[in-house]
Design a protein around this ligand. Structure first.
Ligand code: PMP
Length: 400
């Protein structure tokens, strides 16, 4: 049996490459690339428009992908899952659509959010007179649940938090947060960008009200993601974008909206990308999401051990134990800028990200301008950690 890496044409062609930047975007397996190509070669047409058979076949493929993605996160009804451009768009649609709910009230975020889960809420909060408050994290880089309990009162209308930090790797207790939010009548929205690709997710079991995630970090193509929300929320939310294919009627005076998901899918959707998204979900389900999460955990534990044992002067920005922690390791090295580290690692065939990771408020809390970040996925193995450690040691040699 070949390795998982062999399923990924780019990685198979580059045996020298240790690709440790899947938190930014993942590589694509042949199954996804072929599904998109074959769809375009044999079934392609616009969807939900044509009376002709080819368009109906394309529509079935598009709606089939919706069902696969909806099932993947345990949604009860595929119509609760709207295809959007990605996590960022999904969170913008939610912050906009739920604004009447939090007008003159409070939105609770956490300090560890990605900008995509900060700025939309801040922007809409300004317009509707809401207050945004931020739940701190503990010294151990966990969500501070005591502070959350204190901040959660009747004035809170929405809690929006990441399902897994793209900087620290921290996995907040989403189900506990959702249950507590519900007890004061608040909604829970989850930024699932890092969560959905890396662990089993069941939106009903978690008790959350909405989640957004993108295909490109979970083996699928760019340009497509999903926003799931409870049917009653989708009913009440105003669409963020308007235009073709999302209306019941249009007159010179105004328009009325179709039901979700069409209401949130104005214009021609990313049809080919939806087919790729469905194929990515099939591939992940073939591996099993329990296996994916366990693989991340084992690799991260191994990498943390080696980095802490073998690399002098390293500081890990994130939890050191593996409880509720995913496959993202951010680090700094005494006296060496993160960008220099990334450049030297590149010379050793190691691809890592360096910078603020679109989490500037978190960076200011950590007291660093930038970190280097290694992140893992299904195709990584312990062999990828060797050049990481070697590259860091040579950076220390170089910079003294
Ligand atoms: N949230 C988190 C936690 C992320 O890691 C990312 C991607 N870096 C996003 C949101 C935004 O995702 P996208 O750029 O795909 O919209």
């Amino acid at each position: 049996m070949g390795s998982i890496r062999d399923d990924f044409p780019l990685l198979a062609a580059r045996p020298d490459l240790a690709f440790l930047d899947s938190a930014a975007s993942s590589q694509k397996p042949r199954a996804v690339l072929e599904a998109m190509e074959s769809f375009q070669e044999t079934q392609y047409a616009n969807v939900h428009r044509g009376a002709y058979r080819l368009s109906q076949v394309a529509t079935m493929a598009y709606e089939g992908a919706r069902k696969k993605v909806a099932d993947f996160i345990g949604a009860r009804d595929a119509n609760e899952l709207c295809f959007v451009r990605g996590t960022t768009t999904g969170l913008n649609v939610l912050a906009h659509g739920l604004a009447p709910r939090y007008a003159d009230k409070t939105v609770l975020l956490t300090e560890i959010e990605h900008h995509a889960n900060f700025i939309p809420w801040q922007q809409w909060a300004k317009r509707v007179g809401a207050t945004v408050r931020y739940v701190p994290f503990t010294q151990g880089h966990r969500m501070d649940m005591a502070a959350f309990d204190e901040m959660l009162d009747d004035d809170v209308a929405v809690v929006s938090l990441t399902g897994m930090s793209n900087v620290l790797g921290t996995i907040p207790p989403v189900a506990e947060v959702a249950a507590k939010a519900k007890s004061v009548g608040a909604l829970t929205v989850v930024d699932g960008a890092q969560m959905v690709p890396h662990m089993p997710v069941d939106v009903e079991a978690l008790g959350i009200d909405a989640i957004a995630f993108g295909a490109h970090k979970m083996l699928g193509p760019t340009g497509i993601g999903a926003m799931w929300a409870r049917a009653e929320l989708l009913d009440e939310m105003e669409p963020f974008e308007t235009g073709g294919e999302m209306i019941v009627d249009v007159t010179f005076e105004g328009a009325t909206w179709s039901a979700a998901p069409a209401k949130f899918e104005a214009g021609t959707p990313p049809i080919v990308e939806a087919v790729g998204f469905g194929a990515a979900v099939d591939y992940l389900q073939g591996l099993g999401m329990e296996w994916v999460a366990e693989h991340d955990r084992e690799l991260t534990a191994h990498a943390l051990d080696r980095l802490l044992d073998e690399v002098p002067g390293i500081t890990i920005q994130g939890p050191l134990d593996m409880a509720d922690r995913g496959g993202v390791i951010s680090f700094t090295l005494d006296g060496i800028h993160a960008h220099d580290l990334a450049t030297i690692l590149d010379e050793h065939g190691v691809a890592v990200r360096a910078g603020h990771h679109c989490a500037k408020p978190l960076m200011s809390c950590l007291g660093v301008a930038a970190t280097a970040r290694a992140s893992f996925y299904v195709y990584n193995t312990e062999a990828d950690i060797d050049p990481l450690v070697k590259g860091l040691l040579s950076a220390i040699d170089l910079f003294g």
